[in-house]
Design a protein around this ligand. Structure first.
Ligand code: IPE
Ligand code: IPE
Ligand code: MG
Length: 224
């Protein structure tokens, strides 16, 4: 049975769910929060130590400003309401991606990281303004003036995910089979589950089914 330490998730399909069920993309984003809560709860129950959630990509800036505003506001309100609870549950929040949001949101994100820094039950890497190519470029820039050759280990340690093991598996909901600039380096050997369901419809049974399926996969890592 493969152990599960780190699960990465591309939470896709909120907009389509919202349009279909509430006639509003934004209400789909709101509905998606329930699935986030489920993932957090079930991950803790399964003693998973890291989850990385793709919430906003470097490419998502192309979206209409009303949608971007709604998303950032949703995050701000969520953290204001839930930070204490996350902290009580010994969850550590880490933002991966450069914080270039409003003063208010930036400071709430910084505060959330600071307060939860020593928690050790579950680490949530929240990918916000995250792009894997930007991350790799920033790692290489950090390394270019250091002594000696660039190695795999040095790159690992220079990425936003330093000290986090690579994801054991990736889930992408929303019926689309692409990576959309997410963790390109870290996913090199991860198992990948592309799910038809839209993110707000993805439920506990779906998550547990994937975990169980993952546990039974024969992982070769090039060997036989
Ligand atoms: C993913 O859902 C969440 C974010 C990018 C914030 P989408 O908003 O991409 O939903 P669809 O793919 O348009 O349905
Ligand atoms: C990926 O979803 C980003 C997030 C889930 C945050 P997108 O909906 O932005 O991906 P594309 O544009 O369809 O590739
Ligand atoms: Mg999408």
């Amino acid at each position: 049975m493969n152990p599960v330490q780190h699960v990465a998730v591309i939470m896709d399909g909120n907009g389509r769910w919202g349009l279909k069920n509430k006639k509003s993309r934004n209400l789909g984003h709101k509905a998606g929060l329930k699935t986030v809560e489920m993932i957090i709860k079930e991950s803790i129950k399964k003693k998973i130590k890291f989850i990385t959630l793709y919430a906003f990509s470097t490419e998502n800036w192309k979206r209409p400003s009303t949608e971007k505003k709604f998303l950032f506001n949703l995050l701000e309100v969520y953290l204001k309401e839930r930070l204490d609870q996350l902290n009580k549950n010994k969850i550590k929040l880490k933002i991966i991606g450069k914080k270039v949001f409003s003063k208010n949101l930036n400071s709430i994100l910084n505060k959330a990281e600071r307060i939860t820094n020593n928690n050790d039950k579950l680490q949530i890497n929240l990918a916000l303004n995250y792009g894997s190519k930007t991350e790799i470029i920033s790692a290489l820039n950090k390394l270019k003036n250091t002594k000696g050759k660039i190695t795999e280990k040095k790159i690992d340690q220079s990425l936003y995910t330093n000290n986090v093991p690579d994801p054991d598996f990736l889930i992408r909901t929303g019926n689309t089979a692409r990576l959309s600039n997410f963790l390109l380096w870290q996913l090199a050997y991860s198992e990948i589950f592309f799910e038809k369901k839209l993110w707000p419809d993805f439920n506990k049974n779906d998550y547990l089914r994937i975990i169980n399926k993952f546990k039974k996969i024969k992982r070769n890592f090039g060997n036989v």
